[in-house]
Design a binder for this molecule. Structure first.
Ligand code: UDP
Length: 324
């Protein structure tokens, strides 16, 4: 297969590139390195099946050529990370909506199958856990930029479903819950690389709010296998799937676990949300996926649990010493 991965130098994209190359696929990556990194794909560059374009997906000329030369698209390029989203709302909306519009338009031109990567953020602050794919969404006002991320990704989903319904384009939507593992960095907000970095550097481990918010963390390897499984299952076309882990932890519990596993003497500090992000910031209290739909169609089950994930992340950071 000739595969195009948008955002292929990012955290999830680089793991996906590696997985597909290992299987013998030919992989084209487009990444503008805004949040992706060359280091993530350095080890792939000698592979004759690997091709890289350092370019934005908004460059339609380059995208047209890439889509015309490949069979399937894994669309991962997006603005991600709560911190990035709060501080760069224009780029978030533009990249997520206009970028996906380009991908779907070109996929439709060349009849490529597309995976759209969405997010559990689309459920907003609903507390009706576990979230089922057809559950109602509960969002805050437009004056709070976090909800623009949720809405931008929901527009991506609407567009992918519309292309399928109206133009018979083969689209699959994967809603990712908190995905973690080696190569993820903390700069854009993600809690695990951030806290592991703080613990290893002996800096205070920062818990936002009261720490009672609850999250379930999925290992990137489970996500990669699910993405490929869904793309290779004809019945998945035109549908939305949660991909995550349904076992979770409170964020203060996570901080304690990281401190212990890293053998750190860092203190755990509590920081109000308005100081961590911005005035009036709204967080999700609880986020748990219902995984039955993905389980039924591809037998999806998370295979790596939090302790093993943290071991891998701690080892990665100790080896690479790159906490940014
Ligand atoms: N968080 C935290 N300390 C940090 C970074 C994040 O307590 O240094 C919290 C954040 O407020 C959220 C949870 O950890 O409640 C997960 O944050 P992340 O940005 O990783 O993902 P989210 O679930 O918000 O999309």
């Amino acid at each position: 297969m000739r595969i195009l991965i948008t955002g292929g130098a990012g955290f999830i994209g680089s793991h996906l590139s590696e997985y597909l190359l290992d299987r013998g696929d030919e992989v084209w990556v487009i990444d503008d390195l805004s949040t992706g990194k060359l280091e993530n794909i350095q080890h792939l560059r000698d592979n004759p099946g690997f091709h890289l374009a350092v370019e934005t997906i908004m460059n339609e000329t380059v995208m047209d050529r890439l889509v015309s030369e490949t069979d399937v698209i894994y669309h991962l390029a997006a603005a991600v990370g709560v911190e990035l989203i709060v501080h760069s709302p224009v780029a978030t909306i533009e990249r997520n909506i206009l970028g996906t519009d380009i991908v779907l338009r070109l996929a439709n031109r060349y009849l490529s199958k597309v995976l759209i990567t969405s997010t559990s953020e689309v459920y907003g602050k609903s507390d009706q856990v576990p979230f089922k794919e057809d559950a109602d969404r509960v969002l805050g006002p437009t004056t709070k930029s976090r909800w623009s991320y949720s809405s931008s990704k929901a527009i991506d989903e609407f567009l992918a479903l519309a292309y399928h319904k109206e133009r018979k384009l083969e689209t699959v939507i994967m809603r990712l819950f908190n995905t973690v593992g080696p190569r993820q960095i903390g700069r854009y907000g993600m809690v695990i690389p951030r806290m592991v970095g703080q613990a290893l550097e002996g800096k205070p481990i920062t818990v936002y709010g009261d720490g009672e918010q609850y999250r379930c963390f999925t290992y990137v390897g489970d996500v990669v296998r699910a993405a490929v499984g869904l793309m290779e299952t004809p019945d998945a076309v035109g549908q939305v799937f949660n991909i995550g882990n349904d076992i979770g932890i409170s964020i203060s519990g996570l901080a304690k676990k990281i401190k212990e596993m890293a053998g750190s003497s860092s203190e755990i500090v509590y920081i109000p949300y308005e100081q961590a992000y911005e005035e009036g910031f709204e967080d999700m209290r609880i986020r748990i996926p219902d995984l039955s739909k993905a389980n039924q169609i591809i037998g999806y089950e998370p295979t790596v649990q939090l302790d093993q994930i943290l071991e891998k992340v701690i080892r990665h950071f100790k080896e690479h010493k790159d906490f940014a």
